[in-house]
Design a protein around this ligand. Structure first.
Ligand SMILES: NC(=O)c1ccc[n+]([C@@H]2O[C@H](COP(=O)([O-])OP(=O)(O)OC[C@H]3O[C@@H](n4cnc5c(N)ncnc54)[C@H](OP(=O)(O)O)[C@@H]3O)[C@@H](O)[C@H]2O)c1
Length: 350
């Protein structure tokens, strides 16, 4: 099969970005044979610099540089120190931006500017970064429509959990009365490890070691990361133009090992539950520690699982879970979006 080159510009070479490159490298021949797609790394940027090339950068070399603690700027002959992601996007010829820089809930930057610049330059966007969509979903999608490009974001809600795709695609005919989700792995694993006798700080350090925690882990433990994801689901699945400011948010800092043990004695578990509940024409959104009974679809999640439950009119209760031992499923979701963009005949989605 003749292969179609897809030129990628990647911003952010951390836990997620590096693993995206590894998957694209290791599955190169599979994607060529199965989809006729040849992914070319046209440009990369991290916090210290950038590199780009019309011929394409070597994926494995870029991963090795990052694993050794280096920067995109260290790519011999093509890297430039102090060049921003935005500058890289202006220089490199790419078909699609992959955004994997850290979340910023103040103004969504620098990801917001990266996404705008990419759309204005005629690129599609695949983002793992929730910030711009949690803050400005309608605006981002309007710009994409205006430019005739697409923004895919299935990695933003629960990493490898197919929460967005199940909601948008598989329940498109149904009315969703309620969404419940355990959408933040760091806080979920902390609750589980508190129950095992670890301290809060030890449990947080373990989540950071596994690559799940946000660059700013307060976003995880204070509930804001889960709130971001809920806002994205509300916009994408419910068609409800939710804003982050309307989500009632409480994190897990007030939950002690004793409270978890008492809940257990009652046969229950405490989850940081994100909920969107239909009220009249709109939805009420909340994120808070919630005690649920053993019969709840998410009660049996392990410390490395996240999950989502849709309560619908025609399809009853639809639930999905994912194991995220490390960020590979998240990187896989980014690659899934890349393939979805280009594979002819595959569901074209949002
Ligand atoms: N980790 C997960 O399990 C997971 C799951 C779903 C979604 N996400 C989202 O994916 C995104 C990336 O997460 P991560 O875990 O990979 O983060 P990370 O390990 O902290 O990596 C962030 C990367 O972004 C780079 N960066 C920082 N500031 C930048 C800037 N101003 N311009 C360009 N690049 C910049 C960093 O550069 P340096 O390498 O130079 O430090 C690093 O390469 C986040 O938005 C996160 O919310 C993560």
């Amino acid at each position: 099969m003749a292969s179609e080159p897809v030129r990628i510009a990647l911003v952010g070479l951390g836990n997620v970005g590096r693993r995206v490159l590894t998957i694209l490298d290791e599955k190169r021949s599979l994607y060529r044979e199965r989809f006729g797609l040849e992914f070319v790394l046209a440009g990369v940027a991290d916090s210290r610099g950038a590199a780009w090339s019309a011929e394409g950068l070597d994926l494995r070399r870029m991963v090795s540089i990052k694993e050794a603690g280096g920067s995109a700027a260290d790519y011999i002959g093509l890297g430039q120190r102090g060049v921003s992601g935005l500058d890289m996007l202006r220089h490199c010829q790419a078909d699609v931006l992959v955004e994997a820089s850290p979340v910023n809930l103040a103004d969504g930057e620098p990801a917001m500017s990266h996404i705008r610049a990419a759309l204005e330059r005629g690129m599609h966007v695949v983002t793992a970064n929730k910030g711009p969509l949690a803050l400005a979903y309608p605006e981002v999608m309007a710009l994409a429509r205006e430019r005739g490009r697409r923004v895919l974001f299935s990695a933003t809600v629960g990493g490898g959990l197919p929460a967005v795709n199940v909601g948008v695609r598989d329940l498109c005919h149904a009315r969703v009365e309620r969404i419940e989700g355990v959408l933040n792995l760091t806080s979920h694993s902390i609750l589980a490890r508190l129950a095992q006798g670890y301290t809060f700080q030890e449990a947080l350090a373990m989540a950071q070691r596994d690559g799940h925690a946000e660059a700013d882990p307060d976003l995880d433990v204070d509930g804001w990361d889960a709130a971001n994801k809920l806002v994205i689901l509300a916009n994408a699945v419910l068609g409800y133009p939710a804003r982050l400011s309307e989500v009632r948010v409480a994190g897990i800092r007030g939950i002690s090992a004793k409270m978890i043990q008492h809940a257990r004695q009652r046969g229950n578990v405490i989850l940081l539950l994100a909920v969107a509940e239909r009220r009249g024409d709109g939805y009420h959104l909340s994120v808070q520690p919630t005690e649920v009974g053993a019969e709840h679809p998410l009660a049996r999640l392990t410390p490395v699982q996240m999950g989502v439950v849709y309560y619908t009119d025609t399809n009853g209760i639809v639930a999905a879970t994912v194991d995220e031992v490390d960020p590979i499923p998240t990187a896989g979701a980014v690659v899934r979006d890349l393939i979805t963009l280009y594979r002819e005949g595959l569901w074209s989605g949002i």
